[in-house]
Ligand binder design. Structure first.
Ligand code: AMP
Length: 194
C-alpha cells in the first residue's frame, strides 16, 4: 500500500511514519530528511538548498521530484509512505505520473489536522527538547522560519487537500489526539482502503 501523510509542519507526520515503518514494514520517503542529509554531507545540491530550507521556504519542485524518483524503484511489500511530499500541485501531478510509470498506485492520502497554535508550541518544544538532550536543533525550528513554513503550507500545500478530495483519495484524522490515538485513527483509515 502506498500512502501520503499530509499536514502542516509539526502535525506529527514523521512520528506516525516511523510507527508505520516499524509495524507495517513500510518504507518512509521523507524529502525533508533527504534534503537535510544532502545539506549535512555538503553535496552540491545540499549547499544549494541550505539557505532556502533554513528560511523555511520550499525548495524547487525539480529537486524534490528528482529525489523521490530515485527511490521509487524496487519492490517493497509494505509500500511507501510519502512524508512531506508532495507539497505543491506540480509535485502531486509528478507523483501520479511517476507511480503510473512504475505500475504502482496511490492508495490513500491521510490528512493530519492540527490547529496552528498547537503547531507553534510543538515546534518550539521540539527545539527545546533537542537542545536539552544535546542533539542538533533543526535550523528551521525557530519562530521566524516557522512563520514562513506555515505560509508555504497554506499557500502551496493546502490546495492538495481539495485536489485529493476531488479524486476520492482523501481521509482526515484528528492530529490533536494522543500519538497512540492518532496511530489508531490512521490504522482505521488504512483498513478502509485495504
Ligand atoms: P520537513 O522535514 O518535511 O519539514 O522539510 C524541511 C524543509 O525541507 C522544508 O521546509 C522545505 O524547505 C524542504 N522540503 C521538504 N520537502 C519538500 C518538498 N516536498 N517540496 C519543497 N521543499 C521541501
Amino acid at each position: 500500500m502506498n500512502i501520503i501523510l499530509l499536514g502542516p509542519p509539526g502535525a506529527g507526520k514523521g512520528t506516525q511514519a516511523a510507527r508505520l515503518v516499524e509495524e507495517r514494514n513500510m518504507v518512509q520517503l521523507s524529502t525533508g530528511d533527504m534534503l537535510r542529509a544532502a545539506k549535512t554531507s555538503g553535496t552540491e545540491m545540499g549547499n544549494k538548498v541550505a539557505a532556502v530550507m533554513d528560511r523555511g521556504e520550499l525548495v524547487t519542485d525539480e529537486i524534490v521530484i528528482g529525489l523521490i524518483e530515485e527511490q521509487l524503484d524496487g519492490d517493497n511489500k509494505g509500500g511507501f509512505i510519502f512524508d512531506g511530499f508532495p507539497r505543491t500541485l506540480a509535485q502531486a501531478d509528478a507523483l501520479a505520473d511517476l507511480l503510473a510509470s512504475k505500475g504502482k498506485t496511490l492508495d490513500t492520502v491521510i490528512e493530519m489536522r492540527v490547529k496552528d497554535e498547537v503547531l507553534v508550541d510543538r515546534i518550539v518544544n521540539r527545539a527545546a527538547e533537542a537542545a536539552a538532550a544535546g542533539q542538533p536543533v533543526r535550523a528551521d525550528d525557530n519562530a521566524e522560519s516557522l512563520k514562513v513554513r506555515l505560509m508555504a503550507y497554506y499557500k502551496e500545500t493546502s490546495p492538495l487537500i481539495g485536489y485529493y478530495h476531488a479524486k476520492g483519495q482523501l481521509q482526515s484524522v484528528d492530529g490533536l489526539q494522543s500519538i497512540e490515538d492518532v496511530a489508531a485513527s490512521i490504522s482505521g483509515a488504512l483498513e478502509n482502503v485495504s
